[in-house]
Design a protein around this ligand. Structure first.
Ligand code: ZN
Length: 856
């Protein structure tokens, strides 16, 4: 019987949808909707009962037509656990084609999924499994079908869906908009957006009209997104060897949005800050981020929309590819941006997450919709993307691209699995890729590769890397086939050597380099393409550090990142790491510099006792003073982007980490001039620093000013900057106001967890913010009204530094369980335990280092 299907229930495969014809009417003011559906299905065996997904819908009636007969559904039985409804018909539906007719009604969702209200819009967000909140459907990715949607809309409103508008007419006193039928699509990719929207003029690219839409008042911020989509769409078509399949492309900026963006076929929705900007005033980081998000969503039109994973366990096929592809294509569009360096930042975050015991494999077992939701994390996106980049480097870019094209041709408009992809790559490259690839996507974690060298003979050893110094592998050690690329310099110059480590079971390899004389240095991860950490003995490490200028920027970056990871894991002491950082403020690459400043900022916040902080800040100020002197605050005319970004990193170190008084004063003056709209007062790349420094020192009148700006700014990045600045105030009179804002109207649902994270990382506000979370938990849960928002909130708790916080958080989360955030809770607690222990270990070590330095 269909009752009590259970949470892990999946729809049977003998009934499949072929075509949905859905007709909606929305009552925007009332927040309700009604729908009628003609759903063509194909049965491979006779049935009396059909089960579909439906959640919080009121099904009014259902019937089925087959072979000229109509059968009424005498029972419509919902099942809350499986989020389904089972229709039981008067008689048996025969094998073959049938048409289900269903009528239902529902309410807008209070959160940011299903159909919800965002400013003057009603908009949908379905991935992973929320289409079932809007219409009864086969809500699993394997069920692809064609969709014909029409909607009744109010006069003056716009309606956008996946297909182009085919008809917009008055029928029976109401305005009816009908959209063109789509190619086969999974339900999670369907979109509908109705309300007050203004669009850029449509522009044709290879016959595809592209438009960018916003709520009124922001049309002037659409040009960059238009330009980016126009440039990258043809590059994607060329890479995949398949034309864009959805006829038209609409990009829609939504005023309140859970994720960054959503790749609905032909109707991509975005958080405003990920789409809209003014190129003249936006920092480069914002421009790059918007270009990356747009390209990521466009890459999904192939990876995900045209070829779709069979089930959520292969979500990485969508997200890892879109992540990697976005960098590849943006790099082709704007080579001067050097976005692969930014990719390294995301990879660094994935390496940290994946060093936890509570991490998971890229291809993880997913039993239900809730677990599918939890899979949207740095492992699926950034680790997955990094693994693809590593495999691409190993196979060669052309062989890799040919394999992707083969995969696209074979599975277009259908579904595929990881093995289909590896099969295509093996076929096109002629290389046995399956074992290597599966080791990386099916096993949790990654190896630490330890290198030792004597007389031109190199020994490499692998073992799983953990951040927790206490962690050990249980049972047989995990082994990967590690594509190691060594680079070294001997008497005759720099050379490279490729080694596939781990083909034997010892996890060790010994290689004779055949070097010309003694090695000057050797690097264990050339080009930083490998997803592993490298460890060296002290003498080779010293020689490598001496050779830093000879290394590529991403190699210097991974050296800093690896050394820090080794300190965290208690495999290295902090003193040599601080020596390494102290030597890097003159670094020429801004991303490496950002990494250095990021580590110093962590240490300033969590690695020193209050009494030692001034001395640590003096060290940072002195280290960065020469670079700051050279760069100044104002760019020269015609200055390169790279230098502007170096300046941002250096001034961040000086004004925000070292809190050097002159830099802080200068930042505040520039803030004043910027708010007073003095042209050229601040280079856009310095705005985050200037506003943060001003916010920390804010008095009541500046707080009011920031609040006014956070509400009135039209540009989403500016608005977001002022909003988060409110959470940075340090005056004890203002902290209660900043904390109170979190649950008020100024902080939208989409910004709630990042606003709270900012409060929790503010030394002056964290206790008050943590108290608010505990005391007003019921309101907090309403404000973070989805598993994704709650997961981000849980992760924000990781900003609290002390053991007392850890104990309190453990107790609080045990007493207030959060479904759909089990993984985030386990990871946050593990990370906090490591960070708290690290802080306790580092405080005396850093203090010793500072004293020794003062004595030097
Ligand atoms: Zn994506």
């Amino acid at each position: 019987m269909p009752l009590a299907l259970g949470k892990n229930f999946r729809l049977p495969l003998d009934v499949r949808p072929v075509r949905y014809r859905a007709d909606f009417s929305l009552q925007l003011a009332a927040g309700t909707f009604a729908g009628r559906l003609e759903l063509e299905v194909r049965l491979t065996k006779p049935r009396r009962e059909i089960t579909l997904h439906a959640l919080e819908l009121n099904l009014e009636r259902a019937s089925a037509r087959a072979r000229g007969k109509t059968l009424r559904a005498s029972a419509l039985v919902p099942d809350a656990d499986s989020e389904t409804v089972t229709l039981t018909f008067d008689g048996e539906l025969p094998e073959g084609d049938a048409v289900l007719e269903i009528a239902w009604s529902g309410k807008f969702s209070p959160g940011l999924r299903g159909l919800y209200r965002a400013g003057p819009l009603a908009v949908t967000q379905f991935e992973a499994a929320d289409a079932r909140r809007v219409f009864p459907c086969f809500d699993e990715p394997a069920f692809k079908a064609r969709w014909q949607i029409s909607v009744q809309v109010p006069e003056g409103a716009r309606a956008i869906s996946n297909g182009a508008v085919e008809k917009d007419a008055h029928e029976g006193g109401a305005r009816q908009v009908a959209f063109k039928e789509t190619p086969p699509l999974s339900s999670y990719l369907i979109a509908l957006c109705v309300g007050e929207l203004v669009g850029s003029e449509p522009e044709l690219v290879r016959g595809v009209p592209i438009r960018t839409w916003t709520v009124p008042g922001k049309k002037h911020l659409t040009a960059f997104a238009q330009g980016c989509a126009k440039a990258v769409l043809p590059l994607l078509e060329d890479y995949f060897g398949q034309p864009y399949a959805y006829g038209k492309l609409d990009q829609i900026g939504v005023p309140d949005f859970e994720a960054g963006a959503m790749e609905n076929a032909g109707a991509i929705t975005f958080r405003e800050v990920a789409l809209l900007l003014d190129e003249a005033t936006a920092p480069l980081s914002v421009q790059k981020r918007v270009a990356e998000v747009i390209t990521h969503e466009l890459a999904h039109q192939w990876f995900g929309n045209l070829v779709t994973m069979v089930w959520w366990d292969d979500l990485w096929l969508n997200e890892a590819f879109a992540t990697w592809m976005a960098y590849k294509i943006v790099d082709q569009w704007r080579p001067g941006w050097r976005v692969w360096m930014d990719f390294e930042v995301g990879k660094g975050a994935a390496l940290h997450l994946d060093a936890l015991r509570s991490s998971h494999p890229i291809r993880a077992e997913i039993r239900n919709a809730e677990e599918a939701g939890e899979a949207f994390d740095a492992i699926t996106y950034e680790k997955g993307g990094a693994i693809l980049r590593m495999i691409e480097a190993w196979l060669g870019a052309e062989a890799f691209r040919d394999g992707i094209r083969l995969y696209m041709r074979r599975h277009r408009e259908a579904n595929a699995t990881a093995d289909d992809l590896w099969g295509a790559l093996a076929e096109s490259s002629g290389q046995p890729i399956l074992e290597l690839a599966n080791g990386w996507i099916r096993q949790t974690g990654y190896p630490l590769v330890e290198l030792s060298e004597a007389g031109g003979r190199v020994t490499l050893r692998q073992r799983r890397f953990y951040s927790d110094p206490e962690a050990r592998e249980e049972g047989a050690p995990t082994r990967w086939l590690v594509p190691v690329v060594l680079r070294y310099r001997d008497r005759s110059g720099p050379k490279e050597k490729r080694v596939l480590l781990g083909s034997g079971d010892s996890g060790e390899a010994s290689i004779d380099l055949g070097a010309d004389g003694p090695l000057q240095w050797i690097l264990a991860n050339a080009g930083a393409r490998g997803f592993y950490r490298a460890a060296y003995e002290s003498e080779p490490l010293r020689r490598l550090i001496a050779a830093l200028p000879e290394l590529e920027a991403q190699e210097r970056m991974s050296l800093v990142s690896d050394q820090w990871a080794l300190v965290r894991a208690a495999k290295a002491q902090v003193a040599p790491f601080l020596d390494l950082l102290a030597g890097l403020p003159g670094e020429s690459d801004h991303v490496v510099l950002d990494e250095v400043v990021g580590r110093l900022s962590w240490l300033e916040h969590r690695g020193v006792a209050d009494a030692d902080r001034p001395s640590f800040q003096r060290f940072v100020a002195q280290a960065f003073a020469p670079a700051a002197q050279d760069l100044g605050w104002d760019p020269r005319t015609g200055e390169r982007d790279e230098r502007r970004l170096q300046r941002a990193a250096v001034l961040r170190a000086l004004a925000l980490v070292a809190r050097e008084p002159a830099a802080v004063a200068e930042a505040q003056q520039r803030y004043r001039a910027h708010v007073d709209r003095r042209p050229g007062a601040v280079d856009p790349n310095l705005l985050d620093i200037v506003v943060a420094a001003a916010a920390r020192a804010a008095d009541a009148s500046r707080f009011d000013e920031l609040l006014r700006l956070a509400v009135s700014e039209v540009d989403p990045a500016s608005r977001r900057r002022y909003l988060h600045a409110l959470a940075m105030v340090e005056s004890q009179e203002l902290v209660p106001r900043a904390v109170a804002l979190a649950l008020g109207e100024v902080v939208q649902m989409q910004d709630f967890s990042s606003y709270v994270a900012t409060l929790l990382s503010n030394r002056a506000a964290r206790e008050a913010a943590w108290r608010m979370l505990r005391e007003r938990w019921a309101e907090v849960r309403k404000k973070a009204d989805s598993p994704m928002l709650l997961r981000r909130l849980v992760e924000a708790l990781g900003n609290l530094p002390d053991r007392a916080h850890l104990v309190a958080i453990e107790a609080f989360l045990a007493a207030h369980p959060i479904e759909g955030a089990r993984q985030a809770i386990a990871q946050t607690l593990e990370r906090l335990r490591i960070d708290v222990a690290l802080r306790e270990r580092l405080i005396p070590e850093v203090a010793d280092w500072l004293r020794a330095r003062a004595g030097r």
